[in-house]
Design a protein. Structure first.
Length: 115
């Protein structure tokens, strides 16, 4: 099983990016999908998660600016990031967790917010 994350890049403050992460291989019944990020010198932190039923949870720092969504048929999770700030600069990782508790991580995609 592999998770492939796409969509990172360089954007100016106030701009937008959309990340996507698709799972390939034999993967069954994904329960929770989410995005985490890690800035240089900091610990990895939760950005947003979404359950199979559509319930979401966001870090306070991104609530109202980021939107997480998923396509269950494609085992794909998305993160729409608007009104980006320099402090959003980090490597973003996707994570998918099965009902059995097995967790899969993507390889990370760099997001840089700078003028």
């Amino acid at each position: 099983v592999q998770l492939q994350a796409f969509g990172g890049g360089l954007v100016q403050p106030g701009g937008s990016l959309r990340l996507s992460c698709a799972a390939s291989g034999s993967i069954y019944s994904i329960n929770v999908m989410g995005w985490y990020r890690q800035a240089p010198g900091k610990q990895r932190e939760l950005v947003a998660v979404v359950t199979r039923g559509g319930s979401t949870n966001y870090a306070a720092s991104v609530r109202g600016r980021f939107t997480i969504s998923r396509d269950n048929a494609k085992n794909t999770v998305y993160l729409q990031m608007d009104s980006l700030k320099p402090e959003d600069t980090a490597v973003y990782y996707c994570k998918q967790v099965t009902y059995g508790g097995t967790a899969y991580w993507g390889q990370g995609t760099q997001v840089t917010v700078s003028s």
